[in-house]
Structure formats: structure tokens, C-alpha cells
Design a protein around this ligand. Structure first.
Ligand code: PLP
Length: 356
């Protein structure tokens, strides 16, 4: 049976990425060796890193003056590296969910943290608006896509201090005006690669502004100076990321991918609205994520949750169970998820409604 992969992360990758990764594991770049057993300093692998960086630059239209890094440690390590490198006295954070909270917790180890707004009171089912950002903060940190709750900030905001964004789960889902950000980072395992590599897009001139000594591995300058090769980078995940980037380019780039992402999300949200048995957890359409679509059983139908999950599973749909803090269902509709999978889910919802 055809499987439909709705997992939130690690999550679906293009078949092209998987096929090319298999080929690279068997015989990498004609070396007769596996990508698993070659030096990260071999010219063949250095070429992989350079091509991946160049595709980041081309696809996201990254302006001059930014570096693209591939690091280990996950987005969670960035939660501490950011304040380590940038928090002198005070930083501002927007609290839109569990990941934002974890970032805030780390920042508090380094200085004063101003939580400018929070949607915690309603399980983060909206994006706070109308808050003020302290002008004397060293940076403002946001999470553009809240993977667990299905909210997303899809506009690149104008702020008067350096803007840093966790884009773990929506990078490459739409064009981004990189010039509005001083740093963008994320774990690659949501929309780009298998787990193990963290991408960082960083403006070179925001570094060197704090006085504290920074351990070598925690210092962005180290990784910029050594072009992500200070120590052994996550070789295989970087290789896989390159394949996804090539695939993205072949799809027509981010404008084309965004169009498809909007079609897929609209299709599913429209069915959730239309179908009497379901309702979306995020009421404000402007705040709804294109990547993680969260919904629950509608009032009066709560008892059918398990039954619907069983029906979907029986039709090959995997990873639809919502995060334990939200309940219900979460359909992750990352770039690689084909329209047929959304169609299968919509049809299952319609069938379920007919039978009840
Ligand atoms: C998954 C996720 C993280 C955590 O990433 P790790 O690489 O596991 O540390 C952080 N932020 C967001 C928005 C995520 O979706």
C-alpha cells in the first residue's frame, strides 16, 4: 500500500533525495568509496559543501555579507549559541511555543530576557501582535513556524534591532527577504535533510559585539573562518541536503514551491472548515501554518478521534497524531509531501463524515 507521510520531523524527503543518497552511500562522486567513509576534506566533499552553500544563496537570494554554515547540535544548540554570541545585556523574545520557550530558557543564562508577548494562555493557537520591542535589546528572536501548534509568521517583519529567526520547519517553503534578518537557523530534519545538520545563515557584521570569552565551538566566528570545517561536519546529512536543494531548484525554486504549498494547505484547511466533524485549532487564517496543519474533532464529535486516526492509518497515512500538548491531528505538509497525500486525507475525512 502507498504510504502517506505526515510526520512532523524528521519528516518526508523528496524521493530524489533518498535515491541520490543511496547512490552516494554506494559510490560517492565516482570515487569508488562510500560517502560514509571519505575525508570531509577530500576535494569531492568540499565541492558538496560549496554547492550546497551556493544553492542556499541562489534559492533564498541571500545578499552579500552573509555566511551559510552547516553545523551539528541541532536547532537546540543554537538556542544557547545565540545568546552566547549576541546577548550583551538584554534580548527580546516572542513566545509562540515550546521551541521559543526553550530558546528563552537558554538566553536567561546570559542576561536579561524580555518576553515581548506570549500566546501561552491559549496553548499558542495564535501569533501575538501589537507588542513593543525594546529598542535597547541586542536582538529580537522569533520562531517563524511553530511546528507543534500549527501557527506561522509568514511575513518578514521590519524591526529596529537585529532580527534572529528559528526557521526549522518552514525554511525553503517560501521566498524570504533575508535582508530583514541578521540570522536565520534551523534543524534541517523538517524540510531539507535527515537529522544531524543545522543550517545557519548569518550576517557577518553582527559578530564580535559581546565581551565575554566564547568557547571555540560555540563561537560563530570559528565556523565562518573555517567555512563549517573547523571540525568534522555532519557529512551525510549535508550530502542529502544538497540533493534536496537540487530538487527544489528543479521544481522551479521557492516561488513555485510556495504556490504548491498554498494549494495543499488551502485544500486541507477548506475541508476542515467544511466538514462538520472537524475544526482547526488555529482560528485566525493569517496565523495558520502552511507546513503543519493542526485540527481536532469538532464539538460533539470528540469521541471519534481514535476511530478517525485508525481509519487514516488503515489507508496508509502515517504520523497524523497531534502533539500531546495539542491533541487531535497534525498533518505536516512539507515541500516533499505530494498533492496525492493531501487528497487521500481529504477523501478519508469526507468518507468519515458520510459514515457518521
Ligand atoms: C524541531 C524544531 C526544533 C528542534 O530542533 P533540533 O534540531 O531537534 O534541536 C527547534 N525549533 C523548531 C521550530 C522546530 O520545529
Amino acid at each position: 500500500m502507498k504510504k502517506h507521510n505526515f510526520f512532523a520531523g524528521p519528516s518526508i524527503l523528496p524521493q530524489f533525495t533518498i535515491d541520490e543518497t543511496i547512490k552516494g552511500i554506494q559510490n560517492f562522486a565516482g570515487t569508488g568509496l562510500s560517502i560514509l567513509e571519505i575525508s570531509h576534506r577530500s576535494k569531492e566533499f568540499v565541492a558538496v559543501v560549496e554547492e550546497a552553500q551556493q544553492l542556499f544563496r541562489d534559492l533564498l537570494k541571500i545578499p552579500e555579507g552573509y555566511s551559510v554554515l552547516f553545523l551539528g547540535g541541532g536547532a537546540s544548540t543554537q538556542f544557547l549559541m545565540i545568546p552566547f554570541n549576541f546577548l550583551g545585556k538584554k534580548a527580546a523574545y516572542l513566545n509562540t511555543g515550546a521551541w521559543a520557550n526553550k530558546a528563552i530558557k537558554e538566553a536567561k543564562l546570559f542576561g536579561e530576557v524580555v518576553e515581548v508577548a506570549s500566546s501561552k494562555d491559549t496553548t499558542y493557537n495564535y501569533i501575538p501582535k501589537g507588542y513593543e520591542i525594546p529598542a535597547d535589546a541586542d536582538y529580537f528572536h522569533i520562531t517563524t513556524n511553530n511546528t507543534i501548534y500549527g501557527t506561522e509568521i509568514r511575513e518578514d517583519m521590519d524591526v529596529n534591532i537585529p532580527l534572529i529567526a528559528d526557521m526549522s520547519s518552514d525554511i525553503f517553503s517560501r521566498p524570504v527577504d533575508i535582508s530583514k534578518y541578521d540570522m536565520i537557523y534551523g534543524g534541517a530534519q523538517k524540510n531539507l535533510a535527515p537529522s544531524g545538520v543545522t543550517f545557519v545563515i548569518i550576517k557577518n557584521d553582527i559578530l564580535g559585539k559581546v565581551d565575554r570569552p566564547i568557547p571555540t565551538m560555540m563561537n560563530y566566528q570559528t565556523h565562518i573562518d573555517k567555512d563549517s570545517m573547523f571540525n568534522t561536519p555532519p557529512v551525510l546529512p549535508i550530502f542529502s541536503a544538497l540533493q534536496t536543494l537540487k530538487w527544489l531548484k528543479a521544481q522551479g525554486g521557492l516561488e513555485a514551491i510556495e504556490k504548491i504549498n498554498i494549494e495543499k494547505a488551502d485544500w486541507l484547511y477548506d475541508e476542515i472548515e467544511r466538514n462538520k466533524m472537524f475544526k482547526a485549532t488555529v482560528a485566525d487564517k493569517a496565523d495558520r501554518s502552511l507546513m503543519n496543519i493542526c485540527f481536532v474533532m469538532n464539538d460533539g464529535f470528540e469521541e471519534f478521534e481514535k476511530e478517525f486516526l485508525e481509519l487514516a492509518t488503515s489507508k496508509g497515512m502515517m504520523g497524523l497524531k497531534g502533539h500531546r500538548s495539542v491533541g487531535g491531528f497534525r498533518a505536516s505538509t512539507y515541500n516533499a509531501l505530494p498533492k496525492e497525500s493531501v487528497k487521500a486525507l481529504v477523501e478519508a475525512m469526507q468518507e468519515f463524515e458520510k459514515n457518521h
